[in-house]
Ligand binder design. Structure first.
Ligand code: AMP
Length: 214
């Protein structure tokens, strides 16, 4: 199965992708996380990310293909998280999949209000070592500012600061919403109200995917 999980920043893409990955034994292709790793060695990418700008489409395609090849991933069982974010990326993904005899089964759109994104992101903390994500209100670490998984330091991402969040929200509306519209026309869009608790959202996704939750 090939699933895309999309939505504005803080809609819970990573969280739902992780739950789905576990349940359906899929590969979680977290493009934002991949880019944050690349950014540590590439100042140009670092600069784009810290400003909340998109990495150019061609560059993303190159990184993605290399990453999937190096990870020896089974290409027919992937959740794409944070990709595609533009119509060009969407078309590229469809072409790339079709050359391998594959197609997108579902594009899950986690829908939240701008106010919710802002509220959630101001409480989000990310581990500088392993990339684990916490929320100081809904999912705090056991020890203040320390990652439960690896003991790394928890920080607020540069792009989770308010002025950058506003930019990321408008980018989502301008660049990514047209992707959702195209997916709707193609009959693969699954819109989910993501203002609700994590478990409720997950159950709805499983039901809509036709997977039994036992
Ligand atoms: P995320 O962790 O998904 O919120 O992504 C963090 C940042 O990585 C974004 O704000 C962009 O700067 C960059 N990024 C992630 N996915 C893409 C993509 N598909 N195309 C271009 N840039 C991306």
């Amino acid at each position: 199965m090939i699933i895309i999980i999309s939505g504005p920043p803080a809609s819970g893409k990573g969280t739902q992708a992780q739950l789905l990955t576990k349940k359906l034994r899929m590969f979680h292709m977290d493009v934002g996380r991949m880019l944050r790793k690349i950014a540590k060695k590439n100042p140009k990418v670092e600069n784009l990310l810290s400003k909340g700008k998109l990495v150019p489409n061609k560059q993303i395609a190159t990184y993605l293909e290399k990453y999937l090849k190096d990870s020896r991933v089974k290409l027919d069982n992937i959740i794409f998280d944070g990709f595609p974010r533009t119509i060009e990326q969407y078309k590229y993904l469809k072409r790339w999949l079709s050359r391998k005899g594959l197609k997108i089964n579902s594009l899950i759109y986690l829908d939240i209000k701008d106010e919710t994104a802002l509220r959630r992101l101001s409480a989000r903390r990310t581990c500088t070592l392993c990339g684990s994500v916490y929320n100081l209100i809904t999912n705090p670490p056991e020890k203040n500012e320390v990652c439960d998984e690896c003991g790394g330091k928890l920080v607020q991402r540069e792009d989770d600061k308010e002025d950058v969040i506003q930019k990321r929200l408008s980018l989502f509306k301008r660049e990514t919403k047209p992707v959702l519209e195209m997916a709707r026309e193609e009959g693969v869009l699954m819109r989910v109200d993501a203002e609700r608790p994590i478990k409720t959202i997950f159950e709805e996704i499983l039901t809509k995917l036709g997977v039994k939750d036992d």
